[in-house]
Design a protein around this ligand. Structure first.
Ligand code: 3HC
Length: 692
């Protein structure tokens, strides 16, 4: 065996050279990895005793991509293209042996090998699009040559990790080998290739699948149209599509040049910078400064959920999806039955779309049982209370949980803003109490705000963070304050949106500005969707707000065919002359003075107070770092990921500008706009949030 460099070994197994890469955690293509691979392949190719070369990785995965931490600065030689050239140009067959994930540059390396074998649990993909990029090492030109244009478009614009079995059916993997026997079976495969005298299959020379798409530009137009909503605002999907067009219309080398040019454009642009930031922000959020990685975790083998409404049911599904049994508690049999039926309906809908099998529907439904008595929670490891937002009810429930649950069980509340310390205080075990704030629909939304109360133990925090990952959530640890991080910041935007209407902007003007900024919908379209009558009581309504008046007219949102907007049969929204008149009358009644409100003002009034509130949250220590706030807003509130998040956006607009606007608004409209001392301090010191 010879060690090429600290991360690469080259050994000879009979007549097969085996190159082993070991660069934890994910064998990313750092400078050392590129150098090791380059030299190892050159040596193996020159070694007359070797008839074939196998590339295999140690640790949890094959190469998971370029080293993203190197992006943004000049890359040391050898470049990835040099490595790929020695692989593809080798004089003997090269076999990539894949386990874990072959992603991005990792798959692009494997696509330069002449053959690929993989274990069934492996997954392959080009996820660059999620970093605002495109595969920049030939992937856009090689992948469509293997899997065809449509499959390549779908893989590249979704970034999906394709399971090995599916990859084999697409021709991306030549042979599936047994789990745990990758190395030996890859070597055996290499011998078979040699014995059968199979050719050095170079993907760059395979044009049949591209020829099939030549002269059919409609393939691309249809794809663009079908995905227009999903791609809205993002540059990278369109650039990926253009590269596949180049693969079809240009010779290989020219296609590579197009890929390089478009890759460089994306890499130097603001969207990719924001999306790469988002990647690391999400991982950073998992690190809690005073909770060590090796903090013991509490085994969670059974979960109890109180409340079988939309929220409780959605939460239950998360656990059943990963095989954890759930007991759902309701007061009345009817409500329990309704809750369980809704869960089944949701699973059946997923199955009808091919998301899960009919067996999985039964399996998951079988894991969720119902009970009418809280005593059924005596043996659960975690309880999540998901009932009305009323402190007295929650206190009563936690008092009872304290008496019923076994010692060490985690007692969580799904409150979206109540004081968890007050709830914890009714128990004799405040160290076991935590907030697990799911977002609706809880089986879909990725964000989980984990709320640390004064006495929450580190074990309970560590367990909650790990459990969140297990159920596929993006967790962010926040502190107790009204609305926590997400809703507290949302409150600023909602307040300004309402005020702007009283100043002369129409709801659809405000929605349009926020939609164009990149949110999936504006606050008024959102209200119509959720129902204007949430929290509205007919008997007590006295026309004191625009919402009251609309509800009194039975314009209660999409469900009644009208709210702020008018809706047609297909629920398409149209600005409503009725609402416009209601607003105008209301303004006259209250004696307000409407004026022209510009789009610029709408954006600044809605967004800058959010940034300012984020700064207050940081100075109060309710979020650990600015990027955590951004993770909350990206994953829970539809903040466009290509704009980073409110704190990232603040840095990029420039904090002096944000501060100046807040001061201007404060002078005109009062202390709701009072700048946070942290914002003032950062500006005075010429710093930004990223310096914290
Ligand atoms: N570069 C640098 N660091 C990386 C990395 C990469 N490509 N991928 C993962 N890491 C780091 C993470 O930041 C994390 O570091 P930390 O422990 O210090 O926080 C560590 O590796 C482990 O990552 P995860 O916590 O994400 O581990 P998981 O096991 O949950 O997931 C994974 C593993 C599926 C590989 C996931 O990390 C992932 O999706 N990585 C990114 C893959 C990717 O986007 N590849 C394409 C890169 S761009 C490219 O290749 C350009 C090319 O076309 C030229």
């Amino acid at each position: 065996m010879s060690q090429i460099n600290p991360v690469t070994d080259l050994t000879l197994d009979g007549d097969v050279a085996v190159i082993t890469l070991n660069s934890p955690p994910v064998n990313a293509l750092s400078a050392a990895v590129r150098k090791g691979l380059f030299e190892a392949f050159k040596q193996a190719d020159a070694d007359g005793a070797a008839k074939a070369i196998v590339l295999v990785c140690e640790g949890r995965t094959f190469i998971a991509g370029a080293d993203i931490t190197e992006f943004g600065s000049a890359m040391a030689d050898p470049q990835l293209a040099d490595v790929q050239e020695v692989i593809e140009g080798a004089s003997k067959p090269v076999i990539a042996a894949i386990h874990g994930t072959a992603l991005g540059g990792g798959l692009e390396v494997a696509l330069c090998a002449h053959y690929r074998v993989a274990v069934p649990s492996a997954r392959l993909g080009l996820p660059e699009v999620n970093l605002g990029l495109l595969p920049g090492a030939g992937g856009t030109q090689r992948l469509p040559r293997v899997v065809g244009v449509e499959n390549a478009l779908s893989m590249m614009t979704s970034g999906r990790h394709v399971p090995a079995k599916e990859a084999a059916s697409l021709g991306l993997v030549d042979e599936l080998v047994e789990e745990g026997k990758l190395r030996e079976q890859a070597i055996a495969f290499a011998r078979k290739v040699v014995a059968e005298g199979r050719p050095l299959a170079k993907i760059r020379d395979q044009n049949e699948k591209l020829d099939a798409a030549k002269g059919k530009p409609e393939i691309f137009e249809t794809f663009r149209k079908a995905n227009a909503r999903k791609f809205r605002g993002f540059l990278a999907p369109e650039y990926n599509i253009r590269c596949v067009e180049a693969a079809v219309n240009q010779p290989f080398e020219e296609g590579l040049a197009t890929e390089r040019k478009l890759f460089n454009e994306l890499m130097s642009g603001p969207q990719s910078a924001a999306q790469r930031y988002a990647f690391f922000a999400e991982r950073q959020a998992q690190k809690i400064p005073d909770v060590a990685d090796d903090t013991p975790v509490i085994p969670v083998n059974k979960v109890g959920i109180i409340g079988a409404g939309t929220m409780g049911g959605g939460i239950a599904m998360n656990f059943a999806n990963v095989g954890i049994p759930v007991v759902l508690i309701e007061v009345k049999q009817e409500a329990l039955d309704r809750g369980l039926a809704t869960i089944r309906k949701n699973y059946e809908r997923t199955a009808s779309r091919g998301g899960i099998t009919a067996d999985q529907v039964e399996e998951r439904c079988g894991l969720i049982t119902g009970a009418l008595e809280m005593e059924a929670l005596a043996d659960v490891d975690l309880v999540i209370e998901a009932v009305f937002e009323r402190m007295d009810i929650k206190k009563d429930i936690f008092t009872r949980l304290d008496a019923i649950c076994k010692p060490g069980a985690i007692l969580a509340t799904n409150t979206s803003g109540l004081d968890i310390d007050e709830i914890a205080a009714v128990t004799k075990r405040p160290e076991s109490v935590i907030g697990l704030h799911f977002f609706s629909p809880a089986n879909v939304m990725k964000l989980l705000e984990i709320v640390r109360a004064d006495h929450t133990s580190k074990e309970v925090i560590a367990t909650s963070m790990k459990l969140a990952k297990k159920i596929g959530k993006v967790a962010v640890l926040v502190g107790v304050c009204p609305g926590f991080v997400g809703n507290r910041i949302l409150g600023q935007r909602q307040r300004e949106a309402q005020k702007l209407v009283m100043e002369g902007a129409m709801p659809w003007d405000i929605d349009r500005v926020l939609y164009d900024f990149g949110f999936p919908m504006g606050p008024f379209a959102m209200s119509d969707l959720a129902g204007l009558d949430i929290g509205w009581v007919k008997e007590r309504s006295k026309g004191e707000s625009i919402r009251d008046v609309l509800c009194e007219m039975d314009r209660r949102g999409q469900k009644t065919g009208a709210g702020y907007y008018d809706y047609d049969e297909a629920r398409n929204a149209k600005p409503s002359p009725v609402t416009e008149q209601v607003i105008k009358d209301f303004i006259v009644k209250t004696g307000a003075n409407p004026r022209e409100v510009t789009d610029e003002e709408i954006l600044e009034r809605c967004i800058y107070p959010m940034i300012n509130e984020g700064a207050k949250i940081l100075e109060e220590g309710k979020a650990i770092r600015p990027s955590d706030i951004d993770v909350v807003w990206q994953n829970g509130y539809g903040w466009p990921v290509y704009r980073g998040g409110p704190m990232w956006y603040g840095d990029h607009v420039g904090l002096p500008k944000v501060l100046a606007k807040m001061q201007e608004f404060q002078a005109k409209m009062g202390d709701q706009f009072k700048p946070s001392p942290l914002l003032e301090k950062l500006v005075a010191e010429g710093k930004s949030f990223k310096d914290l």
